[in-house]
Design a protein. Structure first.
Length: 112
């Protein structure tokens, strides 16, 4: 199980993440998207296609571009269509928890 936590608030919790290039992509149904709003940020991955970003408001704190997803991925990345990923800081093999800390702003500490 992998969790994304910001200041003690669980924002994602899943046993069905898909790992691509070291990033956990959460099914949208396992993410508290009510905390998110669309960001104006977008990017393009050469093999995954165009990405859109989310901002978040958690415990009164706004976090810009906390997560991204591929609404229309390329044929090579269809398995992660609309799945949501978070920026990571480091990985560890401990408790299956993804920590988002305020001092890293939009970075994620992943513990698998």
């Amino acid at each position: 199980m992998v969790k994304a936590i910001v200041n003690g608030t669980v924002i994602a919790d899943s046993i069905d993440t898909i790992v691509v290039e070291g990033n956990h992509y959460f099914p949208p149904s396992d993410v508290k998207t009510v905390l998110f709003s669309d960001s104006n940020t977008s990017s393009v991955c050469a093999w995954k296609g165009p990405a859109q970003y989310y901002d978040a408001s958690i415990e009164g704190k706004n976090i810009k571009d906390i997560a991204w997803y591929y609404p229309t991925p390329s044929a090579k990345a269809t398995q992660i269509k609309s799945y949501i990923a978070f920026y990571k800081v480091r990985r560890s093999d401990l408790r299956g928890v993804v920590y988002l800390t305020p001092h890293y702003k939009n970075k994620v500490d992943i513990q698998e």
